[in-house]
Design a protein around this ligand. Structure first.
Ligand code: DUC
Ligand code: ZN
Ligand code: ZN
Length: 473
């Protein structure tokens, strides 16, 4: 096996930073050494097969994006990134693991949904990948099938309180699934919005001639998110099921999570870059049909109401524990355009898988979070939350050599034709100027990105059988 020495950098973990060299042998990290160390009398810079000079740079564990939807059929079309294009873009941005969502819908078998996702992803991924299981139709068969998920390496599953007629579960179904999950040790992930009420509001707005993308955000009011978050927490309470609420965007929903945690409940929350930076007024309310670029659910929230600040605060205070992307890209042409004249028909989703590390690093630059918290939010907690820790989420002997060399003095201009490898005809992040740059990316010891060049390939990425969440008890 070939060895690689990453030398001269500052190795950053969720608990600290240290000047150290990292020795990789084949796919694994074998040692984290004091700078300039020798091994059995050998000068490592001359004996290693390859040397990566990380002087002045951060050496961090590869990013784990625990919420993506590659080629997801949704809203009458399909998310535009395949597992091949989406994982390539992820690698460019320093993400070396994704956890995508296999889908089961009402009347379908869970086993078939999972098999379909293996077919889509197998042999096509540039980076390692795992699956959560969406249960879009809770019935006696899907409840029984949940018993097989752990053997398949799936320790978390997702329910939707939104999207009636598509993925929606009513309270009785949520309760039954949570009871089953609590018995099995599965982590329940929840899309917490009151879907039936949202659909009524959306229809009323449409009938009043309020058809622009902006009204997507009005129909999906923060009250709809707060109420569903509260209900999910209460249902988790009575079933003793741990709960992980996805894509939190309303400050009132964060308050619900914080209150439940203060009561000692195992509830967790994730937010996404779009809820940290973008807003109802500036993006969804852009002139004409432009706002369609930012139609996603939960929706972008009002900056005047302070939701974005509340997300940063939640990340600082650990009322929110993770930042994922909910990567679900659609092109404007032929996809978002389906909703011209009716915001309800705009496919919901934003593409960010390439930019998560860079965007969150701006929180370090502006002093909103520490360097260690950046690593914790983007890699270590996702690994611990979703049963990958030790192999992923850390640079330590025995871990997979998924490593990013990040240059804090570098610069990244985000946008179509700049740093953009996602399969989209626009960028939701057009014009964002980033302090920092992903220089080198290793996945299991293999260099995928270095010096602005891509060396990865489809099929390098392996399916990850995940263990239990470390946050269950
Ligand atoms: N929200 C989105 O914006 N896209 C995919 C599914 C979801 O819940
Ligand atoms: Zn969702
Ligand atoms: Zn999602």
């Amino acid at each position: 096996m070939s060895t690689t020495l990453i030398t001269g950098g500052t190795v950053v973990s969720s608990t600290g930073r240290t000047e150290a060299d990292v020795l990789v042998d084949g796919e694994k990290v074998v040692a984290v050494l004091a700078p300039g160390s020798t091994l059995l009398g050998h000068d490592l810079t001359t004996s290693a097969g390859a040397v990566i000079d990380a002087t002045g740079k951060y050496v961090i564990p590869g990013g784990i994006d625990a919420h993506t939807h590659m080629q997801m059929p949704f809203g009458g079309t399909e998310a535009s990134d395949t597992f091949e294009s989406g994982t390539r873009a992820a690698a460019w941005g320093g993400t070396t693991t994704i956890i995508d969502f296999a889908i089961q819908r009402y009347g379908e078998r869970v086993e078939d949904g999972l098999a379909a996702w293996h077919d889509k992803a197998g042999g096509n991924c540039a980076i390692d990948y795992g699956f959560h299981q969406i249960i879009g139709g809770v019935d006696e068969f899907s409840l029984k099938a949940m018993e097989t998920l752990l053997d398949e390496g799936i320790s978390s599953y997702k329910l939707f309180m939104a999207y009636p007629g598509v993925f929606y579960s009513d309270d009785a179904q949520v309760l039954q699934a949570m009871q089953k999950a609590a018995d099995l040790g599965l982590l329940t992930m929840m899309h917490a919005e009151n879907g039936p009420a949202i659909d009524v509001l959306a229809e009323q707005l449409y009938n009043q001639g309020k058809t622009d993308p902006y009204y997507h955000g009005i129909a999906r009011a923060w009250q709809m998110e707060e109420e569903a978050t509260h209900r999910a927490i209460m249902l988790a309470d009575v079933t003793s099921a741990p709960l992980y609420v996805v894509h939190v965007s309303a400050k009132q929903a964060v308050a619900q999570l914080a209150a439940a945690r203060d009561r000692g409940r195992n509830v967790f929350g994730e937010t996404c870059p779009q809820y940290l930076y973008l807003s109802l007024e500036e993006q969804l309310g852009a002139p004409g049909f432009e706002g369609a670029k930012w139609v996603c659910s939960t929706p972008l929230r009002s900056r005047e109401e302070g939701h974005q600040d509340a997300m940063w605060q939640g990340l600082r205070t650990n009322d929110l524990q993770m930042v994922s992307t909910d990567h679900c890209p659609f092109c404007m042409k032929d996809q978002k355009e389906m909703g011209k004249g009716d915001f309800r028909a705009i496919p919901n989703g934003i593409g960010s898988v390439e930019h998560r590390l860079d965007l969150l690093y701006q929180g370090v630059v502006t002093g909103q979070i520490t360097l260690e918290r950046w690593v914790e939010l983007t890699s270590t907690t996702p690994a611990r939350m979703f049963g990958l820790y030790g192999t992923k989420g850390v640079i330590a002997p025995g871990a997979d050599a998924d490593i990013v060399v990040y240059d804090p003095k570098g610069h990244t201009s985000i946008g179509l034709g700049k740093t953009h490898h996602m399969n989209m005809d626009y960028s939701a992040w057009e014009g964002f100027e980033i302090d920092g740059h992903v220089d080198t990316v290793l996945s299991r010891g293999r260099v995928l990105v270095d010096g602005g060049e891509y060396h990865g390939s489809a099929g390098h990425g392996r399916y990850l059988k995940r263990g239990l969440s470390q946050y269950l008890v």
